[in-house]
Design a protein around this ligand. Structure first.
Ligand SMILES: Cc1cc2nc3c(=O)[nH]c(=O)nc-3n(C[C@H](O)[C@H](O)[C@H](O)COP(=O)(O)OP(=O)(O)OC[C@H]3O[C@@H](n4cnc5c(N)ncnc54)[C@H](O)[C@@H]3O)c2cc1C
Length: 391
């Protein structure tokens, strides 16, 4: 995105990537439909960035969701708003968008050099790259680092820039998983029978925050949108206290009295599983989840059983590793950057994307902030280079 903004302003741009091809993580994001952004208004949108919302607000204001949608559509990728308000390309994958984008960049004269692994600066301030033909250096009027976080390292982003930048006096908050699953000590039966099955339309409560959505049972524990939305708070509680407790409401649209009345209409001589299935269409996974949470012998009393359905406590004992997370928390601290995202420790070097220290839940907020910071960094470069000719 930064390359496009610079090239459209007439600058000569070279993009270096260590991988044999660019955009691998974007393609991976495309596997889930490529949730580009979200259609909610900015007053609702911005608080998703939590502590960094104020820092990101002017940048997202300058390249808001509408601009991102216009950009995708300008590349021939029509978009639509899904039922949850999330915005996707109609193709529901990244490859057509990436193809059209690379063609546009080529037309603009952007050079892309793959298999160039950035390794810092030499003594004269030139960029160093390891390539299959040995190390090379390259000078530039300005540099934008957009090296990603550290999830899915085999796609290219490993976070190894953190040490390189720290050695330059840049403050980097330790990289941690965001939007990742959590460990639950499931019984054998849940692990073996139900891993891979979703809990749809549930509400998950952690502390005072309640999130509606989907949670997926995995062999290790739980993942999915409703869990990711709580992941920043869960992560810090687990770091501090060793575990965190969430409450699952399996029937968030029904009041407890309603549930109790429906259960009460079932004959008591049936098993709890049968009463729950007939009264409330509870699936075998849901009934087993209640047993994990409340103990093997579920209460017979309808009111108690209804209360158990409205609040099933689960203890999360750890977070899944960063390598399998959707995104990365931590990164280059905003305090070491000017308003245009230039490193104060290295004038002329700008930073954009997931390597900055912000985090957000899934829902399109990740790509939106990556693109908006890319635009901001490019505009920062243009401002710095001012009237200078050339690139
Ligand atoms: C499974 C999955 C699904 C996702 N789905 C969505 C989604 O639907 N919506 C959403 O908003 N977000 C989604 N994301 C997150 C989103 O893809 C990332 O936040 C985004 O791609 C980050 O963009 P970036 O440009 O900052 O970094 P990246 O996309 O990681 O790109 C960084 C690039 O830098 C290169 N690089 C790194 N280090 C070096 C080096 N030293 N030298 C040279 N090159 C280097 C890498 O090879 C890579 O190409 C998903 C992520 C995953 C893993």
């Amino acid at each position: 995105m930064a390359a496009q903004v610079l090239a459209e302003a007439g600058r000569a741009v070279t993009v270096y990537d260590r991988m044999p091809s660019v955009g691998r993580k974007l393609l991976m994001a495309g596997r889930g439909g490529l949730n580009l952004t979200h259609s909610e208004d900015l007053a609702t949108f911005m608080p998703r960035y939590g502590a960094e919302a104020a820092r990101l607000a002017p940048l997202v204001d300058a390249f808001p969701p509408a601009a991102l949608i216009a950009w995708a559509e300008g590349l021939g990728q029509e978009t639509f708003v899904g039922s949850s308000g999330r915005v996707f390309p109609k193709a529901l994958k990244a490859s057509p968008l990436l193809r059209a984008w690379l063609a546009r960049l080529r037309e603009l004269g952007v050079e892309i050099r793959t298999r160039h692994d950035w390794a810092g600066w030499d003594a004269k301030g030139a960029l160093r790259f390891r390539t299959p033909d040995g190390e090379i250096t390259a000078g530039s009027d300005a540099t934008i680092l957009a090296l990603g976080g550290a999830s899915w390292p085999k796609l290219g982003s490993t976070g190894d820039w953190a040490d390189l930048l720290a050695a330059q006096g840049v403050r980097v908050t330790p990289l941690k998983p965001a939007n990742a699953g959590f460990d639950v000590a499931w019984s054998e039966i849940v692990r073996e029978r139900f891993a891979g099955q979703p809990l749809k339309g549930v509400a998950v409560t952690f502390g005072r925050v309640r999130v509606r959505g989907e949670a997926m049972v995995t062999r290790h524990g739980l993942e999915g949108g409703a869990i990711y939305a709580l992941s920043a708070g869960l992560r810090s509680t687990i770091e501090r206290e060793g575990s965190a407790r969430v409450w699952i409401d399996l029937r968030p649209d029904a009041r407890v009295e309603e549930l109790a009345a429906r259960i009460g209409r079932q004959p008591v001589d049936q098993s709890a599983a049968n009463r729950l299935r007939k009264a409330l269409d509870l699936s075998p996974l849901e009934t087993n989840l209640l047993r994990e949470a409340h103990g093997k012998d579920l209460p017979a009393d309808p009111a108690a059983l209804a209360a158990a359905i409205k609040g099933a406590p689960l203890t999360l004992t750890g977070m899944r590793p960063l390598a399998r997370a959707i995104s990365t928390a931590g990164g280059v601290e905003f305090g070491g950057l000017d308003a245009q995202l230039m490193l104060t420790a290295r004038p002329g070097v700008f930073v954009a994307g997931e390597m900055l220290d912000w985090e957000a839940p899934t829902g399109g907020y990740l790509l939106q902030a990556c693109f908006a910071t890319g635009v901001a960094a490019a505009r920062g470069v243009l401002g710095r280079l001012g009237g200078q000719a050339g690139g």
